[in-house]
Design a protein around this ligand. Sequence first.
Ligand SMILES: [Zn+2]
Ligand SMILES: [Zn+2]
Length: 82
Amino acid sequence: MTEDTEEATVEPVVEGETFPWTFSTGGTTTAEVGPSCGESFGRWYCVTHEQISNNNLMHTSHCRDGYHRIAWLCEYHGPEAP
Ligand SMILES: [Zn+2]
Ligand SMILES: [Zn+2]
């Protein structure tokens, strides 16, 4: 047990899945995950912790361990399956 690996589990959301979305203004809505359009303009979003990541490689930087559901926030269409 000398490895210093992270215990985080990252799992992508699936198309058709819904999750609560909180606006920066305080309101909430239900977001539905759409199909991936293949565009590269967007950001990763952790559904579990409601954290947006601008770094594609650091999905779990906001919380080192635990379980993370990751959605792709498309610049054009909103949440999409990765
Ligand atoms: Zn997370
Ligand atoms: Zn899109």
